[in-house]
Ligand binder design. Structure first.
Ligand code: GUN
Length: 295
C-alpha cells in the first residue's frame, strides 16, 4: 500500500527559524550590535555562486551587516589567509564563512583552521567539531543542525530510532552522526553510517527508521533501499542536464523522490527541503556569535 507521505517543508521550517531570530536581533541592536557576516567566495563555481547569493539575500533581509568578498580563482593561499586574518581582527564581524570547495592550489583545511573559532559560523573548525563530539556548546555545522530543526518542527522523534546516514563528509555525515548520538533531546538515536566502501549498502539502509542521504550522487537512493514507512531526509542538491528547462539543468536530490516517496512516511523534497535550512542555520549561528561577543 503506497503511503501518502508528509512532505517536510524546508520553506516553513526555515521561516520559523528566521522568525525566532528577529527578537534576538532586536535585543542585540538595542545594545548597539548588528550581526556581521562575511562570506568569501574564491572562483566562479556556479553552484557556489548560487549558494552565496542566497546567503547574501537572507542575511540582508534580517538586517545583518553582510558582505560577500568575491576573489579571483587565481587568488593565492597567502592572500586568502591575509583576508581571513583581517576579518578575525574586525570586531564588527561575528561570522566568517569561506565557501567550499576552494581552488585546488589552496588547502581547505589550512584556511578553515585560520578562522577564529569564535567566528566559525560554519562549524568546520576543529575546535567546533571537537566541542560537538564532546556534547559541549558551540557552532554546529549548518546542514546537520538544519535537519534537526526539521525533526523538531515536525515532531519526529529520534530517541531509540535507527538512523542510517549515507555519506561520511566533514560537512554533513560526520557531524550528523555525532549530533544524533548525543544524550539529549533530538539525540539518543542508534546511528549507522555507511559510505562508498560499505559492501551491500542496502542491507543497512533498509533497516533505517530515519534515512539521511548525503552521498552527493543524484537519485542514488531508490525504493528497494528503503523500509516501508521510513522518514527520508535528502541532503543532495545535484544539477543534472535538462534541455527542457530554461536554465538547461534541474536540481535533483540524492533520493529518487518519485519511487521513494510512496514508501516513506515523511520525506524532504529537493528543492524546498534541507537546502533552505542550511542558510537559516548560518543566520542562527551568526546571531549566536554576536550574542557571545557581549557575554
Ligand atoms: N559548500 C557546500 N556547503 C557548504 C557550507 O555549508 N559551507 C561552506 N563554507 N561551504 C559549503
Amino acid at each position: 500500500m503506497p503511503n501518502n507521505p508528509i512532505i517536510l517543508n524546508g520553506k516553513l521550517v526555515s521561516q520559523s527559524v528566521r522568525e525566532g531570530l528577529i527578537e534576538r536581533i532586536n535585543v542585540l541592536k538595542s545594545k548597539g550590535i548588528i550581526p556581521g557576516l562575511t562570506v568569501i567566495l574564491v572562483g566562479e563555481d556556479p553552484a557556489s555562486q548560487s549558494y552565496v547569493r542566497s546567503k547574501e539575500r537572507q542575511s540582508a533581509i534580517l538586517g545583518f551587516k553582510s558582505e560577500v568578498i568575491r576573489l579571483d580563482a587565481s587568488t593565492t593561499q597567502q592572500e586568502l589567509l591575509k583576508k581571513v586574518e583581517d576579518l578575525n581582527q574586525d570586531d564588527s564581524i561575528h561570522g566568517i564563512l569561506v565557501q567550499l570547495p576552494l581552488p585546488k592550489h589552496i588547502d581547505d583545511q589550512l584556511i578553515i583552521e585560520s578562522i577564529n573559532p569564535a567566528k566559525d559560523v560554519d562549524g568546520f573548525h576543529p575546535m567546533s567539531v571537537g566541542r560537538l563530539v564532546l556534547g559541549l556548546d558551540g557552532f554546529v555545522s549548518c546542514t546537520p543542525a538544519g535537519i534537526l530543526e526539521i525533526m523538531k518542527y515536525y515532531q519526529i522523534p529520534t530517541e531509540g530510532k535507527h538512523v542510517v546516514i549515507v555519506g561520511r563528509s566533514n560537512i554533513v555525515g560526520k557531524p550528523m552522526a555525532n549530533l544524533l548520538i548525543q544524550k539529549r533531546e533530538l539525540g539518543n538515536a542508534t546511528v549507522t553510517l555507511v559510505h562508498t566502501r560499505t559492501p551491500d549498502m542496502s542491507i543497512h539502509t533498509k533497516q533505517a527508521d530515519i534515512l539521511i542521504a548525503a552521498a552527493g550522487v543524484p537519485e542514488f537512493i531508490t525504493a528497494d533501499m528503503v523500509k516501508e514507512g521510513a522518514v527520508v531526509i535528502d541532503v543532495g542538491i545535484n544539477r543534472v542536464d535538462d534541455p527542457s528547462s530554461e536554465k538547461g539543468y534541474k536540481l535533483v536530490g540524492d533520493v529518487d523522490f518519485e519511487s521513494v516517496a510512496p514508501k516513506s512516511s515523511a520525506i524532504t523534497p529537493v528543492p524546498g527541503g534541507v537546502g533552505l535550512m542550511t542558510v537559516a542555520m548560518l543566520l542562527s549561528n551568526t546571531v549566536k556569535s554576536a550574542e557571545n561577543s557581549i557575554k
